[in-house]
Design a protein around this ligand. Sequence first.
Ligand code: KIV
Ligand code: ZN
Length: 522
Amino acid sequence: MTNYKNRVLIFDTTLRDGEQSPGATMTHAEKLEIAEMLDDMGVDIIEAGFPIASEGDFKAVSEISERTKTASICGLARANVRDIDRCWEAIRHAANPRIHTFIGTSPLHRDMHSLTQDAMAERIHEAVTHARNLSDNVQWSSMDATRTEWDYLKRTVEIAIKAGASTINIPDTVGYTAPMESSDLIARLIADVDGAKNVVFATHCHNDLGMATANSLAAVIGGARQIECTINGLGERAGNTALEEVVMALRVRHDIMPWDTRIDTTKIMNISRRVAAVSGFPVQFNKAIVGKNAFAHESGIHQDGMLKNRETFEVMRPEDVGLSGTSLPMGKHSGRAALRAKLAALGIELADNQLNDVFVRFKDLADRKKEVFDDDLLALVHQNDAEDDRLRLKSLAVVCGTTGPQKADMVLEIDGKDASVSATGDGPVDATFNAVKALFPHDARLQLYQVHAVTEGTDAQATVSVRMEEDGRIATGQSADTDTVVASAKAYINALNRLLVRRERSAPGSDIKEVSYKDAGE
Ligand code: KIV
Ligand code: ZN
């Protein structure tokens, strides 16, 4: 085994476990962009997706494999030949491809698969052997390891090692374990399992009891040398271990946890914002490391202490995670060069044609808003429509008043042709959404409608998130505008466009229907 005495590998699964959480669907282009950012920031292994799950997942994993420069690219596969072959097909062109295969080993999962301990053991042997014949970089996961009987867990891990797995992942699938137990389990496996010294042990925690970060760090103290995590802790239910939390904890408390990562921590804020935007899962204000308030000091006592010595109330500097200090806002007289410099300071490098598009949107915003702050710029940088969007908002005029109903006149481009309507509703947003429904009838149901002000003041931009559901498929759309109703219309249309993409992904004719890694039948 490579000597990872002083190193912890960072395995990011934002694009697999994170993207799989209901509503967090990303488009193909967004997945490529996030993969590039993960590679740039120094992630060791990127779990790019679950290739058998859908044609879209397969394409994304393949393209990420071909493009990624440094990180190892991993694909997920259930413990069967068909999944593993499909996974290998998607990742084989990566510089360092990894097959990650798994099965739930706890009594509940064995029941679900109707497999005895012996039958499941045989299945693990066959799956890992098959994967190992394709690649010398194979990761095995005994899913729900923390609720698997000790003897049986040990047995499954030994089988996987004997069959050739080089990484053994011990997932806390339902966020059930606690720090002491997490540490002890890894230490005991390393001490008792045959062949343990030749493999890397990994920890993969979920946050159901709010202990994912603590459990992951405890596992490292117990001997794990790979942490599986996601940006912003994105993931099903309460999410996965947050990359930014474990990385910063290892850095700030290096005195008691002396393990290094390769992560450039100054890239954390940017990727956090981008993942929040493309997944439609906003970061809670008081979230550790990346929350809007993580470095804000409002109370008098705190501000006074900070002015005298910032270490009084801060264990790390905002710059360490890529937050620039206070910066001057831009205005309508700011030019292209100033915009380029400002975006560069925010960690955003754009090609000339992209900068031109952003500049046009910036000027438009600056005409409506006196001061354009960093957060405004970040909200408008990624506002462009995707090339394959079927629906585009051309114009919207809303009539409001104390006596309803409110009225929305809308022109919508549908598959390249303009269509217009006048619709009414119970309030301006309802009238606007009714207009979209009249022009483009659909069965998708609105699950969530959320508005946030990007900055302070009555001329602030509003970011709107809309989550829609159709036949079990969920998509989230986002948009920002100084006009809340326009932002709402665009977010709704954005969610619909994403749903349409998802519908195409699993269209009849594609031989592989969308599956979730939790699907029992294989
Ligand atoms: O939570 C889990 O157990 C997983 C496995 C597929 C590793 O995500
Ligand atoms: Zn998981």
